[in-house]
Ligand binder design. Structure first.
Ligand code: PLP
Length: 401
């Protein structure tokens, strides 16, 4: 990474941890075997895959055969939703999710609608929270599947998964309604024990926690009805066909273990950086607002709207000064439309377009926050001075929105 770059976009992706790279390297050359091979180099690769599965199961507090490795968060979400919906379609065709899910879930739900499933998209409150009451109202005797994310990738709001799941299980009793959570943004800061969360399925993506890109995990609770969506060989216990990415699997497990082990120290360190950044921006720049929940939010997430300016313009100016942030969800970049998450919490399209997401991580320190707080007011002032959006006050004036 360029030495001068201050990287504050850890929700988009993270750099590979050096220990992860080291753990992966042998599986690209000396230990290159196919885990399905019964000769020694194959058995060696099989052993590595199964040891990695044990590590992941240890972090999630589950059994090893409840874990399958995938190509990332997107595949895990697709596989969970389609696999569960197709397995339960004879019991009912109603699915419940929220309006602020990642597109990996939302677009999968749109696909399922084309296959005759009926999807309820629950609204959220102004902080981005799904309510237990709305969940209760949405449940019907045809509901087979629920998917609510653990933490939102844009605004950082942490959803009340144990409460939502507790309600669903108590109202649907033995009907076997499946509760899936997209936990992609929760690694390294939230306890991912699947029994504490109470979920039946959970998705992870390795590149969000200093693991390799193109690798994911899907947890499927024992006894959960599920139909594989990928046809082919018998890998991953006949639940995900395709030769295993051995190096990727080893890297995923190594990174997950490191993230779990440093959860407490990361949380404390990132939260202090997050809070200084929020406080500094809200007090130093007028007409700004924090999006997401003030306390039930990821310790590394800062999401702020700046009135009268385009988030993208601030982003490009920050980039010129060596700071990398996001103007929304990186996965949604290229979209002209304002973020569906920001609209769902009640922002107008103009305010939504003036939004930046800063997500701190292992490489950041107090000096980075000072630097950003030092340059940001000037950038916003300069852009507001030429903004066609309104006759605007200077950055020190005006109330926060
Ligand atoms: N779910 C959430 C909440 C995400 O933030 C992302 C990526 O940003 C994904 C799913 C998709 O993960 P991947 O990039 O591994 O496909």
């Amino acid at each position: 990474m360029d030495k001068r770059m201050i990287y504050m976009d850890h929700a988009a992706t993270t750099p590979l941890h050096p220990a992860v790279l080291e753990a992966m390297l042998p599986y690209f050359h000396d230990k290159f075997g196919n885990p399905s091979g019964i000769y020694s180099v194959g058995r060696e690769a099989r052993r590595a895959v199964e040891e990695a599965r044990e590590t992941v199961a240890w972090v999630l507090g589950c059994k090893t055969d409840e874990i399958i490795f995938t190509s990332g968060g997107t595949e895990s979400d697709n596989t969970a939703l389609k696999g569960a919906a197709f397995a339960l379609k004879d019991r009912g065709r109603h699915i419940i999710t929220s309006e602020i899910e990642h597109h990996a879930v939302l677009h999968t739900c749109h696909d399922l609608e084309k296959f005759g499933f009926d999807v309820t998209y629950l609204p959220v409150d102004r902080f981005g929270l799904v309510s237990v009451e709305d969940m209760e109202k949405a449940l019907t005797d045809k509901t087979i599947l629920i998917s609510i994310m653990l933490a939102n990738n844009e605004i950082g709001t942490i959803e009340p998964i144990p409460e939502l799941n507790g309600l669903v299980k108590s109202r649907t009793k033995d009907r076997g309604v499946i509760f899936h959570t997209d936990a992609v943004q929760g690694v390294g800061t939230i306890d991912l024990n699947v029994d504490k969360l109470g979920v039946d399925m959970l998705s992870l993506s390795a590149h969000k926690f200093c693991g390799p890109k193109g690798m994911g995990v899907l947890y499927i609770r024992e006894g959960t009805r599920f139909e594989p969506v990928q046809s082919g060989g018998a890998q991953e216990n006949k639940r995900r066909a395709g030769t295993e990415n051995v190096a990727g699997i080893v890297g995923t497990a190594t990174a997950l273990k490191l993230a779990a082990e440093s959860r407490e120290s990361n949380t404390a360190q990132w939260q202090s950086l997050r809070d200084r950044l929020i406080e500094g921006i809200l007090t130093g720049i007028g007409e700004t607002r924090l999006n997401g929940h003030p306390t039930l939010r990821l310790p590394n997430n800062v999401n702020i709207s700046f009135r009268y300016v385009e988030g993208e313009a601030i982003l490009l100016n920050l980039d010129l000064k060596g700071v990398a942030v996001s103007s929304g969800s990186a996965c949604a970049s290229g979209d002209e439309d304002p973020s569906h998450v920001l609209l769902a919490i009640g922002l107008t399209p103009d305010v939504a377009r003036g939004t930046l997401r800063f997500t701190v991580g292992a490489s950041n320190n107090d000096g980075d926050v000072d630097y950003v707080l030092g340059i940001l007011p000037g950038i916003v002032d300069k852009l507001r001075a030429i903004s066609p959006l309104a006759d605007v006050p200077g950055h020190t004036g005006g109330a926060n929105v």
